[in-house]
Design a protein around this ligand. Structure first.
Ligand code: AMP
Ligand code: MG
Length: 377
């Protein structure tokens, strides 16, 4: 058991004095959880193998899952990589600071523990002012995976970090909820064309507007079929872990419109009614389970009336937010997963969501949580 230093720090009005004790812990090889705009990270000195080992130990993280290195300024990326490619320069200029992790060939300064033995390293400059100042004060690049125990949903509130890591790390900074709520986009920028390895807050469309056509790694496509000749070998090792899942089994409800969720107007009443009907029909079949439903505000609003007619077993209904507001839904996803974890629900029936903008990342996390299981009514 470690004595964890836990402190509330106002994410807008903090001073260096608030952060210095934590920066010193990091510089001395300690582990500190801190908020970023995506999710809470568990940081350690990326140049210190002993500190990196503590991160893997605290999380129970498999050693073949590499870490993202966080820097405080764009130029701090340079010593970590062999070359900053022209593509990376364009992406850095447009999207840093922000929720974009850039994969480049590593330099010899990066320990094997960070990259899990890969020849590439993943680097990010977070937009959260507290995270950036903490990294700057620590004076070293900070390797930081999500601050959850391995296998649990990423933490988007300090309470999630306390639940998972109190007594296992040296410090936890409570800086309020995370704005994006999903992990960063990971993009391979080693070549001339960007390849998305993990979708996130910086979308394909956003990158395409400055970097031309953007490929999506085949492991991410629904059919698993590659685009533009990329092979399916897992270039982003973390992709094989289902670390976004709640404890209950999660199943996606297939509707006649599921194949074209991106074309469905968010609050189209016919589409909403169909989703609600399919969710309730699936629930009716599962009398032995304690059932949770994860859906939009719009779907929840029609569920009640329909349930009176269809008589499903008792349901725990949780909403992500309005279908018209994918950012809100993204920010709530992992919070809802953890709420379900604290409930007696054994099966979660989830509504597929429009794959526009951050909706692509949202559906990626939902499909991973579902183990790609879809069920028809
Ligand atoms: P986490 O910070 O917990 O979200 O995990 C970091 C994720 O970043 C890993 O699971 C990988 O998917 C990805 N990642 C880290 N380093 C690399 C790399 N060198 N190449 C590709 N993906 C990486
Ligand atoms: Mg993680």
């Amino acid at each position: 058991m470690k004595a964890t230093r836990l402190q509330v720090v106002d994410p807008q009005h903090f001073t260096d004095a608030d952060l210095l004790p934590f920066a010193r812990l990091l510089a001395a090889g300690g582990t500190v959880a801190f908020p970023t705009e995506t999710v809470y990270g568990l940081g350690a000195d990326a140049t210190n193998p002993a500190a990196l080992s503590s991160v893997f130990a605290a999380k129970g993280r498999p050693s073949d899952n590499p870490l993202i290195v966080h820097v405080a300024a764009p130029q701090d990326c340079e010593p970590l990589v062999r070359t900053v490619t022209p593509l990376a320069r364009v992406l850095i200029a447009r999207f840093w600071p922000g929720p974009l992790t850039i994969v480049l060939q590593r330099s010899s300064r990066v320990p094997d523990l960070v990259t899990a033995g890969l020849e590439t390293v993943a680097v990010r400059l977070p937009a959260h002012p507290l995270a950036r100042r903490l990294i700057a004060l620590a004076g070293v690049p900070i390797a930081a995976p999500s601050a959850n125990r391995s296998g649990r949903p990423s933490p988007t509130r300090s309470g999630h970090v306390v639940t998972d890591l109190m007594g296992r790390v040296d410090g936890i900074i409570d800086g309020g909820p995370c704005a994006v709520g999903l992990e960063s986009t990971v993009v391979d920028a080693t070549g001339a064309q960007p390849v998305i390895l993990r979708p996130g807050g910086v979308t394909r469309e956003m990158m395409a507007s400055v970097a031309g056509p953007v490929a999506i790694h085949p492991a991410l496509t629904r059919a698993g079929v590659g685009e533009e000749g990329h092979s399916g070998a897992p270039r982003s090792p973390g992709m094989k872990y289902t670390h976004y899942a709640p404890r209950a089994r999660l199943v996606l409800a297939r509707t006649s419109r599921s194949g074209a969720t991106d074309q469905t107007p968010p609050a189209n009443p016919a589409a909403v009614a169909e989703v609600a009907r399919v969710l309730l029909a699936l629930a009716q079949r599962q009398q032995a389970e304690t059932i949770g439903i994860l859906c939009t505000d719009e779907t929840a609003a029609v569920l009640g009336a329909l349930a009176a007619e269809m008589k499903p077993p008792p349901l725990v209904v949780k909403t992500l937010g309005s279908a018209a507001n994918p950012e809100e839904m993204a920010a709530n996803l992992f919070l809802r997963f953890r709420e379900f974890d604290d409930s007696p629900v054994t099966l979660i029936l989830a509504q597929p969501l429009p794959e526009k903008a951050i909706g692509h990342a949202l559906m990626n996390r939902l499909e991973k949580a579902a183990g790609h299981q879809w069920e028809e009514a």
